[in-house]
Design a protein around this ligand. Structure first.
Ligand code: SF4
Ligand code: SF4
Length: 156
């Protein structure tokens, strides 16, 4: 059995796809949904048909070249399992679903948290959007954290 079934936390080794640096510079949806569950709102939400599944139970697969990083899929995922990641030079921008209150405003300094909730360094909110089912918050972090930061905590 994979370790995440015991810990509840995915590691990089569990992830089914990995974009290239070039694809990350363009910006891509990164889906951390690895289990076989009957769910597909992400597929229906994508306006350019960049997300596919072999069947309703299969994990989703993103065509990184087709993805326009529009973030529509992030806002419909009931599992809060989709992130849009974009990098440029030494910075990364991670758009994540956010369901806490108050929602941090643009410019707010935050702790950038990894999948286990550990602080990995400072981040700054650069965009806040209300999506269909949740808020979407984009944070700017160091590029080296692009594949590790998946949540935020507003600094006290
Ligand atoms: S970010 Fe937009 S284009 Fe990319 S997979 Fe999600 S819905 Fe499709
Ligand atoms: S909507 Fe979310 S939970 Fe459902 S299949 Fe897509 S990524 Fe997985």
């Amino acid at each position: 059995m994979p370790e995440y079934t015991r810990t509840g936390v995915l590691t990089r080794h569990d992830l089914l796809q990995m974009p290239t640096d070039k694809q990350l510079e363009k910006g891509v949806a990164f889906i951390e949904c690895v289990q076989e569950i009957p769910c597909n709102p992400c597929v229906d939400a994508c306006p350019v048909h960049a997300i596919s599944m072999k069947d309703i139970n299969a994990p989703p697969c993103v065509d990184f070249d087709r993805c326009t990083s529009c973030t529509k899929c992030v806002g419909v995922c009931p599992g809060l399992a989709i992130f849009v990641i974009k990098v440029k030079e030494d910075k990364a921008w991670i758009t994540l679903p956010y369901e806490f209150l108050p929602v941090p405003a643009v410019g707010t300094c935050v702790d950038a948290l990894d999948r286990e909730g550990n602080s990995r360094g400072p981040g700054k909110v650069t965009r806040v959007v209300k999506a269909k089912k949740t808020m979407l918050v984009t944070i700017e972090v160091n590029r080296s954290l692009a594949m590790d930061v998946r949540h935020l905590r507003v600094q006290a």
